[in-house]
Design a protein around this ligand. Structure first.
Ligand SMILES: Cc1cc2nc3c(=O)[nH]c(=O)nc-3n(C[C@H](O)[C@H](O)[C@H](O)COP(=O)(O)O)c2cc1C
Length: 142
């Protein structure tokens, strides 16, 4: 069975809410999932997982959060080749440019990108949470 991880960074809780909804979807699919904040994930453990969902909001100017998440992601990036990777995150006023760039980046890394990354404006409402849950369920099942 594929081992699944959800690893995220969230400053004000919006991406964390998305992460929890995605975990719910994975569980609904009957799969186990390990959940980490990026700062708690040990890079040496990356190869324990075949499927990884990464979450990070749009920060800076349409970039990943630069103090914790970007260094974390750089550290594990070379291990993403051939892995199934899903992306998600919350944004504020932009048009999702950070997610488009992030998708390109994981494809360049050789990962198998799952669908389009899920993006939610600010705090996910009920419909947003359901969207994330369905995404998690599909990711677990594929
Ligand atoms: C320092 C900072 C920079 C941000 N830069 C962007 C940005 O470039 N584009 C955008 O759409 N939203 C931007 N935002 C808004 C966040 O993406 C948005 O508030 C998001 O919901 C935060 O998610 P979180 O609660 O998981 O931290 C920025 C927020 C902060 C605090």
């Amino acid at each position: 069975m594929d081992k699944i991880a959800v690893i995220y960074w969230s400053g004000s809780g919006n991406t964390e809410k998305m992460a929890k909804a995605i975990v719910k979807g994975v569980n609904q699919a009957g799969k186990d999932v390990d959940v980490f904040q990026a700062s708690d994930f040990s890079a040496k453990d990356i190869n324990a997982y075949e499927k990884i969902a990464f979450g990070c909001p749009s920060m800076g100017c349409e970039v990943l959060e630069e103090t914790e998440f970007e260094p974390f992601f750089q550290e594990i990036e070379s291990a993403l080749k051939e892995k199934q990777v899903a992306l998600f995150g919350s944004y504020g006023w932009g048009d999702g440019e950070w997610m488009r760039n992030w998708q390109e980046r994981v494809i360049q890394d050789g990962a198998k990108l799952f669908e389009e990354g899920v993006i939610i404006n600010d705090k996910p409402d009920l419909a947003g949470e359901e969207k994330c849950t369905a995404f998690g369920e599909r990711f677990a099942n594929q």
